[in-house]
Write a protein that binds this ligand. Structure first.
Ligand SMILES: *[C@@H]1O[C@H](CO)[C@@H](O)[C@H](O)[C@H]1NC(C)=O
Length: 497
């Protein structure tokens, strides 16, 4: 039954069908025990990596709202915050991805940026390198005064404890592009001019160096591409983007390593290639060649393949090449939190990243964790998805060891310093009791101990991060009642591996 539970759980999640694991239910009923109980065994001997944190990309929302201390508190602390009439538990992010913009509105030698007819100003990120006249960051070819709000939020994040900061690029500066349009090529092909490959590396390295010397910001990593294998970055697009062929990526990675080293940034990592899909990440990793790949410290992959693709392949390739692995960008428009939950569980089980970064924490159409409009700079309410993410980001914390939770619906993490076990479970089926077998741990709380739990319903309302002690240690198990379609998180003290 244990094996069946794993398989049916994984398949149900993979298919995006969040129905009860029918065969497991049948087995339980056949033995005439209390109907529909599920048991999952936490594997105390497993080690799926040391968690590095949770975060968000800054970019558009921070261009609009980067001056707001309340939002910095909400996203980058664990405190409680009154917002839009709700008492919001802070998400406690420690990761921020700062975007090196691609846009500027100057004219140089008669050339100027070509703008997509469909791009919103809120998505045009101001870049610092205005023209090809000089690589000297103190020359008039560079403007360090732009992008005020995004830099403000970067500083606020750091001041609140964000300790893993990444510099990333959606497109090279407009003037490095063949058509001078930083939204992409007219057909979605490669847009960077062949003589500007090194310039893109110089741009990223110079911004990283300038930030270290002048902003008090030491990026942990620099990511020079965003979804480079995608063919949807087009001249009439709605945002900055750039297709980059894998061979060109390799050249730029090599150049970037050299330019960063030349500026005393040899310990700053390169992350690549921030592909959209798991399968693209695997194929790009295999196509970069050993020289470029040896210069990549971390594989960044985005979650836009959702319930499809070979997450396990990306993990295996990262492991065999000795790379860290982050889920560096994830987002969708499901404000109920259901898709977020199902994809998070798939990621923890099959991709095994050591960080998870949400794309835009403020956005419209269900994409944001808080509804907002970057164009008219107005904010709405937090969605259910906000509280779903809190179930994970507030409990699975940096430094914890990720364990095999025993099924596709179960995540476990162990905090060795505090001898604390964290379990998050997603009941996508009928209301039921879920038992967590803790017998593999050498020590656990005594029979009858009440355990802290937090509950959030998937949907448009219902429980929102409700805390109680409704879970109990029963023998060698933790037992808890779950309503249908809900997530619970547990923190169990006095546990030894
Ligand atoms: C901003 O746009 C949203 C739609 O996204 C609308 O509901 C809201 O009323 C607008 N606010 C202002 C201040 O214009």
């Amino acid at each position: 039954m244990h094996v069946q539970a794993i398989l049916t759980g994984a398949v149900a999640l993979a298919l995006g069908r969040l129905a009860a694991a029918a065969p497991a239910t049948d087995v339980v009923q056949a033995t005439d025990v209390k109907a529909a109980d599920t048991t999952t065994t936490i594997n105390a001997n497993s080690n799926w990596g040391t968690w590095e944190g949770w975060g968000t990309s800054l970019c558009w929302w921070a261009k609009a709202f980067g001056n707001r201390d309340d939002l910095a508190d909400i996203f980058f602390t664990l405190g409680s915050h009154q917002f839009a009439g709700q008492n919001l538990p802070g998400l406690g992010f420690n990761i921020a991805r700062h975007n090196a913009g691609a846009s500027s509105w100057n004219t140089y030698n008669g050339d100027k940026m070509v703008e997509s007819p469909n791009i919103k100003n809120s998505r045009q990120m101001e870049g610092h390198w205005l023209n090809w006249g000089s690589t000297d960051p103190s020359s008039s070819s560079w403007d360090w005064s732009v992008d005020v709000n995004q830099r403000a939020m970067l500083n606020k994040a750091k001041a609140r404890g964000a300790n893993r900061l990444e510099l990333f690029s959606n497109s090279p500066m407009w003037w490095m592009c063949k058509n001078h349009n930083p939204s992409g090529d007219s057909n979605g092909g490669e847009n960077i001019q062949s003589w500007n490959l090194k310039d893109h590396a110089v741009y990223m390295a110079t911004v990283a160096k300038y930030a270290k010397d002048n902003w008090g910001i030491t990026f942990e990593s620099v990511s020079p591409f965003n979804e480079p294998s995608a063919t949807w970055w087009k001249a009439d697009g709605t945002q900055e983007g750039s297709h980059v062929d894998v061979a060109t990526q390799a050249t730029i990675i090599n150049e970037l390593r050299t330019e960063m080293n030349n500026r005393g940034l040899s310990s700053m990592m390169i992350a690549a290639s921030d592909e959209s899909y798991y399968d693209q990440a695997a194929s790009t990793m295999q196509g970069l060649g050993s020289t470029a790949l040896s210069k990549v410290g971390r594989i960044n992959v985005h979650g836009y393949q959702y319930g499809n693709g070979r997450r396990d392949r990306v993990y295996d390739l990262s492991q065999s090449n000795g790379k860290k692995l982050w889920q560096s960008e994830y987002g969708e428009n499901d404000a109920t939190g259901g898709r977020l939950a199902s994809n998070l569980f798939l990621d923890f089980r099959w991709l095994k990243p050591t960080a998870f970064v949400y794309w835009q924490v403020i956005d419209g159409g269900g994409w944001g964790l808080i509804d907002g409009n970057n164009d008219n700079v107005s904010l709405g309410s937090p969605s259910q998805k906000y509280y779903v993410l809190a179930q994970f980001s507030r409990h699975i914390r940096e430094g914890m060891r990720i364990l095999d939770g025993g099924s596709g619906s179960s995540i476990a993490a162990y905090d060795a310093n505090n001898r604390k076990l964290v379990i998050a479970y997603y009941n996508s089926g009928d209301a039921q009791t879920v038992n967590f077998d803790l017998s593999q741990f050498s020590q656990r709380p005594a029979d009858g101990t009440k355990v802290a739990r937090w509950r959030t319903s998937i949907g448009n309302g219902g429980d929102r991060y409700v805390q109680d002690t409704g879970a109990t240690i029963s023998g060698t198990r933790l037992t808890s009642w779950f309503e249908t379609n809900s997530v619970q998180t547990f923190e169990i003290g006095n546990v030894s591996l």
